[in-house]
Design a protein around this ligand. Structure first.
Ligand code: IMP
Length: 209
């Protein structure tokens, strides 16, 4: 399959400052001029899709059409196995209008307690990346990282649900890791750690080579 190559300017189609920072970090080694959707004054489309990929695609297409530039969107979330995959595509919505992730993490803990679900509480993060061009060509990539939840939350780094997620093979939460540790991008090109970095590795191989 031939992939379309990306060059020049790119819109990071997100209004989430944590995601924007991570997308900029991941794109830093490449000669791409990244401009954010917020800086261009682009509206945030409603996430009406039922899957991460559908929401990433609709955000990337909206930003690309509105700006006339290629656009990269991430739709992502935390899926808790004992909760049937919740909050999943509703991960941002569980934090409410005030983006209160401390409350969202307490809600996960309360729902696990109410169900009497015993630890380990298995969970995974998913990141769907969509890269769209103004002619509606779209390239899609998805990454996942498995791990377990810990309560109370640990660490002040990262964003969103990072403080309650300990990836498999590690004993610290994403909230306790530096950006480099969380991305976990090995110099030899072997598998990265975070869901977003894993999806990005595939995107880079396909579209940034
Ligand atoms: P959306 O993709 O804009 O619907 O929002 C995804 C939500 O999932 C974010 O607001 C975070 O709460 C959560 N999320 C996605 N990726 C991460 C991550 O890398 N760390 C912590 N939380 C994340």
């Amino acid at each position: 399959m031939t992939h379309r190559k990306l060059a020049g300017r790119l819109v990071a189609a997100t209004h989430n400052s944590g995601k924007l920072r991570e997308l900029r970090e991941l794109l830093a080694p490449y000669a791409i001029d990244v401009v954010s959707a917020g800086a261009l004054g682009l509206a945030e489309p409603e996430e009406t899709g039922e899957t991460f990929a559908a929401n990433a695609t609709l955000k990337a297409i909206a930003a690309s059409r509105a700006s006339g530039l290629p656009a990269l969107a991430d739709d992502s979330g935390l899926c808790v196995e004992a909760l049937g995959g919740a909050p999943g595509v509703y991960s941002a919505r569980w934090a409410g209008e005030g983006k209160d992730f401390a409350a969202a993490m307490r809600r996960i803990e309360a729902e696990l307690e109410a169900m009497g679900a015993p630890p380990p509480w298995r969970a995974y993060f998913v990141s769907a990346l969509a890269l769209a061009w103004p002619d509606d060509h779209v390239e899609n990539f998805e990454g996942r990282v498995d791990g377990a939840l810990v309560f109370p939350p640990r660490g002040e780094r990262g964003f969103g649900y990072d403080p309650i997620f300990v990836p498999d093979g590690h004993d610290r939460s994403f909230g306790e890791m530096s950006a480099e540790e969380k991305h976990g991008l090995p110099a030899d090109g072997s598998r990265a750690l975070s869901h977003r970095a894993r999806a990005f590795q595939d995107l880079a191989r396909a579209c940034l080579g």
